[in-house]
Design a protein around this ligand. Sequence first.
Ligand code: FER
Length: 334
Amino acid sequence: MKKIALSTALLACGLCASAQVYLYKDGQVLYQMENGTPDSIVFHAPAVQEPQEEPKTPFNYDANMQYHAAPDYYLNGCQQAGRVNTEYYNGIRGNKTLKVYTPYGYDANKKYNILYLMHGGGENENTIFGNDVNLQNILDHMIMNGELEPMIVVTPTFNGNGSEAQNFWEELRKSVIPFVEGKYSTYAASTSDEDIKASRRHRAYGGFSMGCVSTWNVFLYCLDYVAYFMPLSGDLWCDGCNSGQDKARTVDQAIAKSGYSPRDYFIFAATGSDDIAYPNENPQIQAMKQSSNFTYTSDFSKGNLYFLVAPGLTHWWGYVRHYVYDGLPYLFHE
Ligand code: FER
């Protein structure tokens, strides 16, 4: 009897009882041994280079996604509830508070995708996981039903201490990301600049209204840290930005400066057709569609820009949370 020890699961042994011994890999004969083999053979397969990350799971994108609301019961509490933690940090704009949603069964030994999601004007870090929005319930149900991989969602604030929507990007990169990802388990191996950059495809930033203004600015100044963006009901505010073309040109200039290619950044934008921000956001998106930096589709395996417009809906988190429901499953696959 021949004993064969294999050092990789990729190999399969052929009929070992006969005098001929075959090793197969991917259906091909990798190794064949003739008669006269000794009774005990130990094969050592060549060392296989471990990929840095597990292969991306294939995702079944709809290339022309339409708005659909979450089921009503997703707005209620879930039997597999994650946690919403309150965290205090001392960043470049002083002592502030943020909220961190960790999914049900959060395990510090696993790695999680992470979304930073910003509130609108007159709101704060408690809004999104507070009674008016209760986004944690939607996340819980999506995760429990297998529609969303367990992930972390952070709700910081641009309020206070010289912070504002347009300059929050600086606090995000210097204070918020290092603080949060030093404490919670994400794909960032450490909070060094290098490791945050290396994990950018597992990081998203989004926001509503003034939070959307912050999102476009994060796109301009943090492309090296963030690969996925979810601008919700708002446009880019920047010096000299009046028309949609002005805003698209500013976005193009930031991309050129970053050196990233169109396969390196993905924008899932959304609003309602009756949202007060629609007349601002739509011309910007239409101008961006004309740029060679973007390919318009909700199939992010083929393109990198989409604009979901919910018929008849207005400027309200009660609607906007459903755009998050629609868009989140499309992130983090590329
Ligand atoms: C917009 C971007 C931001 C917009 C409104 C806002 C009306 C926010 C306004 C506010 O919070 O006061 O495109 O369109």
